[in-house]
Structure formats: structure tokens, C-alpha cells
Design a protein. Structure first.
Length: 271
């Protein structure tokens, strides 16, 4: 009877641990895809806006966000009380030909005002806080995000050169409901450039490892970066290793599988 009780307890703990892991996987994938949608809108929205808007001196900046299946890239003025000077609206395909461009000036919506506020506070931090590192041939890109009653800004490092993907040197700034900074976190302890542009650098998969401070799973920023570049790089998968797990991102269907290190080693040996 005692052995049965111990077995049932062990089984319960395992089930709870698996459910917790499954929830973490679901959340990181959803967050990563939210970041990807925002960056896609910014990538293509910037090109469309600058092609049509002539008064470059009036541009104060931009940010993007999603509403259901619609993504918007917002450009705002450089004035003391900025207004929206351009709105580019994409459907889920991000097809430039079907995108809608609005150049009428208007005020921020409530959601846009909050996104602008946390973006500007992050920008001020980037100018003054020593946690942010700057590297040559790269720039820091802000992604303000409001979802699930949480306000945050991710800061990613983007490459200035083609043929390079940059993982790491990324940050997460969390805010309260009044747009005050709650927490600042370095997500990766280092910067990880991955070349894909030259024939000698061609590879079907990319892999990097996480220190315990980064966490056991692939990060939302890893997923976002991978989705942005996977088709250019021609990758089939991206793998992230940690002490206990291996996260395997399938670049063809944009799905995540997580296995233990023990299972992964068996997979390698079987090949």
C-alpha cells in the first residue's frame, strides 16, 4: 500500500510538471508570434510609409501592434505633443499590395497612447541605463507590447548587414498599469551572430545554448528572430539547448517541440 501511494504521488508530480511545461511552451510560442507580427508590420510598414511621406523632418518614430488578425504600423510626429501622421494596416499575409496606408493626421487611441508612453520610457532607459549594450553593425529595436493585461517592451538587436541573424543582447522591460517601470531584465547574457549569406555558411539548422539565467526554454525573442529570418536563411529548424531541455523550432510549420536532454541524445544516436 505504501509503495502504491509513493507511485501515485510520483505520477501526480510528473503530471503536474508536464502540465506546467506545456503551459510554458504555449505561452512562449504565443508571445514569440506576437513579437513577430509586430516586427513584420514595422519592417514592411516603414518601407511603405517612407515611400509616400515626404516631410522626413516631422517623423518622431514608429511602433506596431496587432488587433485580432490585423497588424498596424503607426508613425508619429516629432512635436511636443505627437500625433499619428501615418497608419499602415496589414492582414495576416503582410502582403504589401493589399496593405492600407492612411496619411491623415489624428490623435492616439488609448491603446496607442500607452504603447507610445512605454516605448518612450524604454528609449530614455536605453540612453541612460548601463544594462544596455551596443555593438557595431547592429541596432537596438524596441517592440512595445500590451497583451493579457500586461505592459512590456522587448528590446532586440537587429543586424545592419545582410546575411546575418543576431540572437541575444535582448532585454525585457515590464511596466505597471500606470506605465511606470516595474522591472528590467537581460534575456541573454551575450550576443550570438549567425551567418547565413555565404555558401560556406549554408546550414539547415541553427543552434545556440542558454545559461540558467536565460531559462530552460527558447525565448519569445528567439522565436521572433527565427520567424523573421528563417526563410531567408533556408533553415529547417532552430535548436536551443539548456541544462535540462532542447527546444526545437520547426521552421516549416512554425511549431515548437521540447524534449529532455536525455531524449535528445537518444535522437542523435539513432541517426
Amino acid at each position: 500500500m505504501k509503495k502504491l501511494s509513493i507511485f501515485l504521488l510520483f505520477l501526480t508530480i510528473n503530471c503536474y510538471s508536464q502540465k506546467k511545461l506545456d503551459l510554458q511552451i504555449k505561452e512562449v510560442v504565443e508571445e514569440g508570434k506576437r513579437l513577430y507580427r509586430s516586427e513584420m508590420a514595422s519592417w514592411y510598414g516603414t518601407d511603405l510609409f517612407l515611400e509616400k511621406y515626404q516631410n522626413r523632418d516631422n517623423i518622431g518614430g514608429y511602433f506596431s501592434y496587432s488587433e485580432n488578425d490585423i497588424s498596424k504600423c503607426i508613425f508619429f510626429s516629432k512635436s511636443e505633443k505627437p500625433v499619428v501622421i501615418g497608419t499602415i494596416i496589414f492582414d495576416h499575409t503582410y502582403n504589401i499590395k493589399s496593405a492600407k496606408l492612411e496619411l491623415e493626421e489624428r490623435g492616439f487611441s488609448k491603446n496607442e497612447n500607452d504603447l507610445y508612453a512605454i516605448r518612450q520610457k524604454t528609449l530614455n532607459l536605453m540612453r541612460t541605463d548601463t544594462i544596455f549594450k551596443h555593438y557595431e553593425n547592429s541596432s537596438l529595436n524596441m517592440i512595445p507590447l500590451i497583451a493579457n493585461n500586461e505592459k512590456k517592451v522587448y528590446v532586440l538587436t537587429g543586424p545592419s548587414n545582410t546575411g546575418v541573424v543576431i540572437y541575444g543582447n535582448d532585454y525585457l522591460i515590464s511596466f505597471d498599469q500606470n506605465n511606470n517601470v516595474l522591472n528590467k531584465k537581460v534575456l541573454h547574457a551575450n550576443i550570438i551572430p549567425v551567418n547565413y549569406g555565404n555558401e560556406k555558411d549554408i546550414m539547415l539548422s541553427s543552434i545556440h545554448s542558454h545559461l540558467p539565467s536565460t531559462g530552460e526554454l527558447i525565448t519569445a525573442t528567439d522565436i521572433c528572430t527565427t520567424m523573421l529570418y528563417e526563410k531567408f536563411a533556408g533553415w529547417e529548424s532552430v535548436m536551443v539547448t539548456s541544462n535540462n531541455y532542447v527546444s526545437i523550432w520547426n521552421c516549416k510549420n512554425d511549431e515548437l517541440a521540447v524534449v529532455t536532454q536525455k531524449v535528445f541524445e537518444k535522437m542523435i544516436k539513432s541517426k
